[in-house]
Structures are given as structure tokens and as C-alpha cells.
Design a protein around this ligand. Sequence first.
Ligand code: 6GU
Length: 226
Amino acid sequence: MRIDILTLFPGMFDGVLGSSILKRAIDKGFLEVFTHDIRDYSNDRHRRVDDYPFGGGAGMVMMVEPIARCIEHLKGQRNYDAIIMTAPDGEAFNQHKANQLSMFNNIMILCGHYKGIDERVREMFITEEVSIGDYVLSGGELAAMVMTDAIARIIPGVISDGASALSDSFQDNLLSAPVYTRPSDYNGHKVPEVLLSGNDRLISEWRYEQQLSRTRERRPDLLENE
Ligand code: 6GU
């Protein structure tokens, strides 16, 4: 899978793409991520990519031309299954959306900034607008990284333990059960006895009960959506 990210701050991605699971997904060839600096597509001699809003008001607006040039350049090289824009007023990003996007071969993510992006970019190019939660970020880069991570980790083969990604919280609309490792007794805080029992059936039942009770307690909304 290939992800092209259009951004005003390509440097923000280096640490995230160079660490942990994302790094491994890229090193193993399961994922390619390319960042594109929108400024490189400005024809302005000051490399400007934003301007004042028509009709007045506070904040700057990202201009259509540099973004259009960048998108057209990429579209000329391959077909894209989705051209996504990050936006606080977009559709909610969740596990279902991550699963969907992980099936695609080529996607673009355009990172929004300032007051917003000229509406004509949406009309002409964008197939979906996505938000990662009900709060406002300074820009779409962190949202693009969140999406890239969530997508990459479920590409088959990226996580060596094939079962691991599928048993994540949310994959079945349930939160995960608590986990423990050695020591079995830490200053009197003991690991639940059942996990030391060696009885696989009892352990599975216990974990499922934990998933249900945790979800009921913390995220009852997940159970209502069944
Ligand atoms: Cl996608 N962008 C921005 N700027 N803020 C957000 C967001 C996106 N998702 C949640 N907050």
C-alpha cells in the first residue's frame, strides 16, 4: 500500500514514520509513505500557499492552486482509491474506517491548516473528509499520522503475530481485557489467579467477561451500536 501525504510540515512525519510498527511496515515493504511539501507547488516567488478569505473574517485560507498542482501531479502517476482531507468537521475516523482504507492500494491524505482549505479543493478532488475526534488540532498532520498508524498496523503481515491486530480493542466493538506479565505478585498486587491456571477455556471466558464489563463501564455506546 502507498500513502501520499500533502502537507506544509513534512518534517513532522520523520519521527513517526521512523519508529516502531510504522518503520517496520515500511522496512518490510508492506507500506510506502511519501510526504509532499505543498510549498514546492506554489508558483509564488515567496512560496505562499495561503491568502485572506474572500468576504473578510479572521484567519487565512489555503489556496487552491498549489494543492491542485500537487494532486494533479500525483494523479498523473497512478490511480488513487481515495483522496482524503483532514478536517475537524469531517466524518469520524474509527476502526471501521481504518479497516476500509487498509484495503486500498493508493491513498492521498491532504493535511488541512489555518482557517481551512479553499472549498473548491473539496469539490474538485476530495473523496472523503475525516476527523479523528471532537477537539481542534493546529493542523491535520497529527491526524494524518494517527490514520497512517491505524491503517498500517492492520495490513496483513505488518504485525508478526497475526492474531494480535484482530484482537485489538474495537475490532469487535469491545475494549480489550487487561493484560499482565511477570512478576505474578508485585508488592501484594496479584495477577488474577485464572491467568496462572493453565486452563485455556477458563482464561478465554474470563477475558471475554472482562471485555464485556469494561466496555459496559467505560464505553456503553459501543454496545448500543451492535
Ligand atoms: Cl482531522 N484536523 C484538525 N485540524 N483538527 C482535528 C482533526 C483534524 N480531527 C480532530 N481535530
